[in-house]
Ligand binder design. Structure first.
Ligand code: PEP
Length: 251
């Protein structure tokens, strides 16, 4: 089967109303009307409604960058899956490496968040990946499989096909160091093989994005790999020219 290509931006904690208005209008101005691939922008939650309005006349999907694993209650500062659904947020990043490393999100918490998104019909984008030390120690696949298995154990293998996986080597995020197409393809293929041990159809259907310093220069080769179904793009997604160039590199 052919999996659709998804090009996803992660704006992180950047921008303000004016910047976001200009970025969205620049993105829309550069998009061809016969655009085939899926495009997603993951925005600060405060601006979800604004970006939804700005994207209303396009097929750009809008997502959040985090959600609470709780459904409601005394959790000051948190945002629930049902709140995301209420403002028609379509996707949510779960377990981004910055959430794991800076906010102490364990794979168990990430799995709870993944389920909370599914419970509210918001598509979770599960971010997984190894640090440089883990790669150098030869434990990349142990780490990545462990992060995946936490979700499979909690929500079942079928839940993986209801979300999206983003393989993001931590050492490549925001560093300008990209995995080579061969390095990325190798891990993507192993992730798919791991999923296939549970369910061949899920393995075939699941979109696996690459993330980590993707830019207009390296995108074409990365996106040409058999098991790379799109990209999760941080820095370059804040510049419409670069983001759209990456979209176009997907062919
Ligand atoms: C990210 O934050 O998910 C990411 C891949 O960032 P960057 O593209 O800046 O490396």
């Amino acid at each position: 089967m052919t999996r659709q290509t998804l090009i996803a931006g992660n704006w992180k904690m950047n921008g303000d109303s004016q910047f976001i208005g200009e970025l969205m209008s620049d993105i829309k101005g550069r998009l061809d009307s016969d655009w085939q691939h899926q495009i997603l922008v993951s925005v600060p939650s405060l601006y979800l409604t604004k970006v939804k309005e700005l994207a209303a006349d396009t097929n750009i999907a809008v997502g959040a960058q985090n959600l609470s694993q709780q459904s409601n209650g005394a959790f000051t500062g948190e945002i629930s899956g049902s709140m995301l659904a209420d403002v028609n947020c379509q996707y949510v990043l779960v377990g981004h490496s910055e959430r794991r490393s800076l906010y102490g999100e364990s794979s168990t918490i990430v799995a709870e968040k993944y389920q909370a998104a599914l419970d509210n019909d918001v598509v979770p984008v599960l971010c997984i990946g190894e640090t440089l030390e883990e790669r150098e120690a030869g434990t990349t696949m142990t780490i990545v499989k462990g992060q995946l298995d936490a979700v499979i154990e909690k929500s079942g293998i079928e839940s993986i096909a209801q979300g999206v996986i983003a393989y993001e080597p931590v050492w490549a995020i925001g560093t300008g160091k990209t995995a080579t197409p061969e390095q990325a393809q190798e891990v993507h293929a192993e992730i798919r093989a791991h999923l296939a041990q549970f369910d061949v159809d899920v393995a075939e259907q699941t979109q696996i994005l690459y993330g980590g310093s993707m830019n207009p220069t390296n995108a074409e080769q990365l996106l040409a790999q058999a098991d790379i179904d799109g990209g999760l793009i941080g820095g370059a997604s804040l510049k419409a020219e670069q983001f759209i160039a990456i979209c176009k590199a997907a062919g």
